[in-house]
Design a binder for this molecule. Structure first.
Ligand SMILES: [Fe+2]
Length: 201
């Protein structure tokens, strides 16, 4: 691991460090090389896919029942987030504002549904076009580009372990959530500073 990096294991636990270090080193190198968002996210997805096909990230998740941040890069602010989704879990449809995200499946399988937004049909009401609706298995990834909408579900009877790389922690990302039936969207309350209420759609 690079000097100054910040592993966030369980109480300093180093389980999974080998895989995490390899992934974070790869992401850091990709970000330092730079490029447009399509190039950067494609490279990160490839590095993640490579890591997901090894067993070295599995110990990170062992014993975990909730999602957690595994690593925050102190220089670049990218984050590796580990998602633990129990049977029946379904996220709301949401975007990540101007931030990209690269997702991948480590264990189990997960439904990945991704939507492209076209022109709003009314203020606060988007038109969503489904571009991906797949059951992803270990080793497979999904890139959510800035402004795109997606959801993730676990339709199986087993826990699903997913890995996410974001350019910065989600709490720092301005984002929206969507009603899939109407297309209506609102700012995610978690995006707002304390004491600020989300405007109604
Ligand atoms: Fe997301």
């Amino acid at each position: 691991m690079r000097p100054g990096s910040t592993p966030l294991g369980v109480d300093g636990d180093t389980a999974g460090a080998e895989g995490l270090n390899r992934l974070t080193d790869a992401v850091a190198a990709i970000l330092d090389t730079g490029g447009d968002v399509d190039v950067v996210t494609a490279r990160i997805a490839a590095a993640m896919a490579d890591e997901l096909q090894r067993p070295d990230l599995l110990p990170l998740f062992t014993g975990r029942r909730k999602s957690f941040a595994a690593y925050v890069d102190p220089l670049r602010h990218f984050i590796v987030h580990c998602s633990v989704h129990g049977p029946g879990h379904l996220t709301e449809a949401h975007d990540h504002g101007e931030a990209w995200a690269v997702y991948g499946v480590l264990r189990g399988s997960s439904r990945y549904r991704r939507f492209r937004r076209s022109d709003d049909v009314a203020p606060g009401t988007a038109t969503l076009v489904c571009e991906r609706d797949d059951e992803l298995v270990p080793g497979q990834t999904d890139v959510v580009a800035p402004g795109y909408v997606h959801l993730i579900g676990n339709e199986t009877d087993e826990p699903a372990w997913n890995v996410v790389v974001r350019p910065r922690p989600i709490e720092e990302v301005w984002r929206r959530r969507y009603d899939l039936d109407s297309g209506a969207y609102v700012i995610h309350p978690g995006s707002l500073p304390d004491g600020v209420e989300a405007p109604s759609a």
